[in-house]
Design a protein around this ligand. Sequence first.
Ligand code: UD1
Length: 347
Amino acid sequence: MSTNNSHVLVTGGAGFIGSHSLISLINNDYNPIIIDNLSNSSIKTIHAVEKITSREIKFYKLNLLNFNELEKVFKDNDFSSVIHFAGFKSVGDSVNYPLLYFRNNIQGTINVLDMCNRYGVSKFIFSSSASVYGNNESVPLKEDSELLPLSPYAYSKLIIENILTSLSNSNNESSSKNWQIIMLRYFNPIGAHESGLISEKVPNVPSNIMPLILRVASGEMNKLSIFGDDYETKDGTGVRDYIHVMDLADGHVAALNNLFLTADKENFCKAINLGTGEGYTVLELIKNFIKYTGIEIPYKIVDRRSGDIGSSFANVEYAKNFLQWEAKRDIKSMILDAWNAYKYQRE
Ligand code: UD1
């Protein structure tokens, strides 16, 4: 669809999902403009996206808590819409530094929303997370399933969802403003762009499964620990809905297209799951990794991780019906693209 190179503010555009989404946005004629404080990302990622897309991307290194500087960015640009990715995302850190997480994620979002109000931007996409379902195991998880977040990180996502819903319900935050808001609840994003030029930044002490498998595959770690094999799943190990990050990126374009089909006078705020709808156990993920890369992944079974649940996967009907979007890439490309990008980053 033609969007006349619409200027889309992308906060957190240098991060894992943000940077991959830039590629999909540019390929679909949007003109993303980035704000990122590079606290957990690098300017190199933006340069890599420029290389992949043969396009220069306007970038502001800025902390969203800096209200005055943020206002300058809104003053200098005519944004049609916002995709708000920026936020801290480590579950473990959020347990140890809750104030940091709540201040950064919640106040940062409020500042962006305040600017949207001041500068008449009503189309807003929020990077939410399946972690808002938390302790709810009635899979497949639907958008109206009970929300039982387990960590400060997940709470920060739920609080922001509530702020967005309240804003849309208020219908009158400033004069006669209406909002068109989509909150995307991501399941477990893995993989990377097929070029291998950008990928997830792996922390020194990873906690998510894919970065750990990559570490073991590269020989940086000896063994993977599988957290429990006594869940009520087909082989006893945890089930998750892994989704290729480029499918997730395309999901943002579908959401934005939808908002552009919607008149500014309409008012809504919807949560939508982005997953494949299919679950894989930890053992299945490892077996597939071995099958497609030919690399052995030694593992041992250890106790369950506290705060983990047995099964989490999405009901994806709403995304299919409302966004006309569904995940296309299979587990093989998730694994091979992740491995390819990991090897490239280490060269
Ligand atoms: C975790 C977060 C979640 C966040 C998501 C981002 C927790 C409790 N939850 O979800 O809030 O949104 O990452 O992708 O941290 N596993 C092992 N061994 C490991 C690591 C993981 O067996 O060393 C298993 C887990 O038990 C789980 C699966 O692998 O069954 C996936 O784990 P992980 O990648 O950490 O994602 P989630 O727990 O789903």
